[in-house]
Design a protein around this ligand. Structure first.
Ligand code: SF4
Ligand code: MSK
Length: 680
């Protein structure tokens, strides 16, 4: 049955192959076309983006507007200039993104408090070592105390960061010394997480802050409240409660759905619910219940960052990234899609009316009209998770035709900064020294953090994959989070053997020696803070400068779509990173028609670079993104006095060298293995 309400076939509709490079997505898009069902892809084809809004030239902050700046020299009714309007729009997006991440962090801190006080069902402190290490950073006593006592103090400290009014939020202590000094000089150290978000909204109310540079200074402070505040708290607490990730084997893509099992897809961001659904799915009572319904059992998988949370900790497969949420339902095999917060498309409900899939909302903050709401509460977490699964199982009998694409790939996720530290140095001498040395010698040219969403305005997954492919050939180590990580996982880049023949000689040697994939999956969106921690530890290890802006590293979000991405980009820039975003610049305006409108974009690039050593640029073309990444890495190498990158110097060790030696005649083999004396 075609759904009239959602059946919007793009006027200039792309073919499935033009819309996505993922064969599983292509198969589902072809099915959607065949059945006349709309998806984000077809709606994007139908909906031309507003050129005024996308350039940040529209202000709707008061009832005298909305005001649209369409000519040079024009202002809003109140006299607001183009750069004031653009920076106000930008900081509001940063505030919303920071609020989303930080509210997630706050919920995690409250969960930690409840677990410490024995008020939850099903949770425990899984990673006492991480609890000790985080508590020690803040001088919380750990000697002769139970994990619960320590966790209670840490939870109180973290909860206090949200409402704190003065001073500095405590996780900023973890930044390199030089960076903290710079933030202090610039007056951008966040005083309290909520305070900065509220102030961003106050400043942008009609008739408040109208100096664009001053507005952007607060955008930086707000974003730091996210990166070195709410997000960092979210990551710390998730690790303490559910375990710090370490490498394990996982799978990704729609082919992880099973036609003979009850498929439950968890989607959103917070691990509190998804971890409990994982636990409930392994409960013998639930498995029996599923079998009684005629299924072989429960098959759990994830979408978006919830997928990353349970993939890297339990190896639960990822059904796909952001743009695959609708495609999972199109398979006809999903009994329930269980969502919590963020990145959940409203279209899911309408789409699911074409199938038997139940959309179940669980957060007190998120309801979708037409969805089933089963509110989640940590105090009864396991019971609620079981009830959710029973709803899904009861729905199995309603399943109709099933079309599961036969595409999936394996991956090794779970590279937390703790694990990277350990894998490089071993358990008794964990250290970032080998990584720093590899960069200093030129074996690894530099590091790229490839993160962020997928966006139907561009070919799904294409930019993530094209950029990864080229950077790996250029000996750039790639670290990943979010939907970008799932994009590359589907193509096998996150698996040692699959990726290793596609990487440059120096990087390959390092990967083979340590036994890691050339692309390291570091988690979900909030886990971008793990990347900040890695960069800080690289600085502290020595040899790559005194601050993050000196490290040959670049951040890229080529297919971003959410406000959270702008918050992440801004805190990375303020931390010293060069960040390249794809798509149109939301503050660039229209330099051709309104030359004044390029000032904000220029300030975020050269102005921020002068102050923070990091800069934010929007680049449409992936080849240009690659070029700018490599140029920046080489510029940073030169500034550190490191040898110029030269691919021909490496590739004579590791597995490749072993294979080469094994192919030699005996005498030469002995000479290669034992030197001339042994051969003679
Ligand atoms: Fe227009 Fe100024 Fe009101 Fe914005 S604040 S809508 S620019 S009058
Ligand atoms: S889920 S914010 S689409 S990465 Fe974190 Fe993916 Fe972007 Fe959502």
């Amino acid at each position: 049955m075609a759904d009239e309400k959602s059946a919007i076939k793009g006027k200039k509709g792309r073919t499935p192959e033009e819309a996505s490079i993922d064969p599983a997505a292509q198969q589902m898009l072809a099915l959607a076309d065949e059945r006349g069902i709309g998806t984000a892809f077809s709606r994007a084809d139908q909906m031309s983006p507003c050129t005024i809004g996308s350039a940040g030239l529209c202000c709707d902050l008061c009832g005298m507007g909305p005001c649209r700046i369409t000519k040079d020299g024009m202002t809003g009714v109140c006299g607001a200039t183009v750069d004031t309007i653009q920076t106000r729009n930008f900081i509001r997006a940063v505030a919303a993104g920071s609020a989303a991440h930080s509210d997630h962090g706050r919920d995690m801190a409250f969960t930690l408090k409840a677990v410490a006080n024995g008020e939850t069902e099903g949770y425990e402190i899984r990673d006492v070592a991480k609890l000790h290490s985080v508590a020690s950073i803040y001088d919380i006593p750990i000697e002769d105390r139970t994990p619960e006592e320590i966790a209670n103090d840490l939870a109180d400290l973290y909860i206090a960061q949200f409402g704190q009014q003065r001073g500095a939020i405590v996780p900023t202590e973890r930044a390199p010394e030089k960076r903290k000094k710079l933030w202090k000089e610039q007056g951008v150290i966040p005083r309290g997480i909520d305070r900065e978000v509220v102030e961003a909204l106050h400043r942008t109310h009609m008739g408040d802050d109208q100096d664009p540079i001053h507005i952007l200074q607060h955008a930086v402070r707000t974003s730091l409240a996210d990166g070195w505040g709410g997000s960092m708290i979210g990551t710390d607490v998730s690790d303490i409660l559910f375990g710090t990730p370490a490498p394990l084997l996982g799978e990704a893509n729609l082919g992880v759905l099973k036609d003979d099992m009850v498929n439950v897809v968890v989607h959103g961001h917070e691990p509190t619910l998804s971890q409990m659904v994982v636990a409930a799915s392994q409960d013998p009572e639930i498995i029996e219940y599923a079998k009684a319904a005629g299924a072989k059992g429960i098959n759990l998988s994830g979408i978006c960052c919830t997928a990353n949370e349970i993939l890297m900790r339990q190896g639960i497969p990822a059904a796909g990234n952001f743009l695959q949420q609708e495609l999972a339902i199109l398979t006809g095999a999903v009994e329930a899609m269980v969502v919590d917060v963020q990145c959940i498309m409203q279209a899911l409900v309408t789409l699911s009316e074409n199938f038997h899939t139940k959309i179940i909302t669980t957060s007190p903050k998120v309801k979708l009209k037409g969805a089933t709401h089963i509110e989640f509460d940590e105090k009864h977490a396991l019971t609620i998770a079981k009830n959710i699964l029973k709803e899904a199982i009861d729905n199995y009998a309603n399943r109709g035709e099933v079309n599961i694409p036969d595409y999936k790939n394996t991956l090794v996720p779970g590279f937390s900064h703790e694990y990277i530290n350990y894998m490089l140095g071993g358990s008794y001498r964990s250290s970032f020294r080998p990584l720093n040395d590899a960069i200093m010698s030129g074996r690894i040219r530099g590091v790229a953090a490839l993160v962020g969403c997928t966006n139907p305005r561009v070919q799904h997954d294409a930019y993530h994959v094209a950029i990864t492919e080229e950077l790996l050939k250029q000996d750039v180590l790639v670290v990943q989070t979010g939907c970008s990580a799932i994009a590359n996982a589907k193509l096998g880049f996150l698996l040692g053997d699959a990726g290793i023949d596609r990487v440059g000689p120096g990087l390959r040697e390092v990967c083979e020696t340590i036994g890691i994939p050339p692309v390291l999956h570091m988690g979900s969106c909030v886990d971008n803070t793990r990347i900040l921690t890695v960069l800080t530890q690289m600085v502290e290890e020595g040899g790559l400068g005194d601050d993050i802006d000196e490290v040959p590293a670049v951040g890229l979000a080529p297919e971003w779509m959410s406000e959270k991405a702008l918050a992440i980009a801004t805190y990375c820039v303020a931390s010293g990173a060069y960040v390249i975003m794809g798509g149109p610049n939301p503050v660039a305006g229209r330099g051709d028609k309104i030359p004044e409108s390029t000032q904000v974009a220029e300030y975020m690039s050269s102005g921020w670079e002068e102050i923070y050593g990091g800069k934010l640029e929007f680049v449409d073309d992936p080849s240009e993104m690659i070029k700018r990444t490599l140029d920046h890495i080489d510029k940073k190498r030169a500034a550190l006095g490191l040898p110029e990158y030269d691919a021909t110097k490496f590739g004579k060790s590791g597995d490749a060298r072993v294979q080469e030696i094994e192919a030699l005649p005996l005498e030469e083999r002995q000479a290669a293995l034992y030197g001339k004396r042994a051969a003679g």
